[in-house]
Design a protein around this ligand. Sequence first.
Ligand code: 5RP
Length: 260
Amino acid sequence: MGWGMKNRLSRIINPKTGHCVMLAMDHGYFGNIPGQLKCFTDLNPLFDHADALMLTRGMLRSCVAAEIDKPIVLRVSAGSSMMKELSNEEINVTIEDAIRLNVSAITCSIFVGGEYEKQTIMNLSKLVNWGQDYGIPVLAVTAVGREMARDARYLGMASRLAAEMGAHFVKTYYCDDFEDVTGICPVPIVIAGGKKIPERDALQMAKNAIDKGAVGVDMGRNIFLSDSPIGMITAVGAIVHENASVNEAYEIYENGPKGL
Ligand code: 5RP
């Protein structure tokens, strides 16, 4: 890795702890906006508590103050909505605009086994080539089609494939035997949170993921749909960066302010 690449990545994955808490806010890019989300503008109070923000170009421009001192992981893939085949994505942001937006990493989804698998793997390869040219790390998101099993065999294969394509870090889902996923992926892995589940369960999942080799989380709904989003992100941070127990983290969540 060149200096620029290392520098950008070190803004996301804290070199002191080797871990990171990313706040995922890209849910609207394929039309997935449950009533609760309304507008991510409301999430500003959370930003201070995240190590990095993952979102789309439009939301970055509209809802995040340009003065913010947080690394941005920009989703640059799009092209389908929930109304159609989700894997039919292409790259929708130029590298020049990503650079203008001063992002610390770019990201797209790959749909291994999906109808447009090849297209999405070539999307990732395009980003890696851009990343190499301009010193910008690439996060590969292993999206899972409805028909795919979220098991270690599938997620391990998808994560390894992403690493083989040159992704600098990978986002995937937590599953049983998660050590079999991290064990075959030579680059850092962060987990998505997935659908909203009870806070203690989400904290347990984060704990298990870290114990089994993840470097952190890129969590969305389990943070901003919580009754205490700040409590929740602080609790997740305690697990990820300070090796807090689930009970300790849960107490942090419980003592967090209600609402945003
Ligand atoms: C979808 C994504 C999302 O960022 C991610 O799944 C959202 O986070 P969460 O599942 O924790 O709400 O990359 O492909």
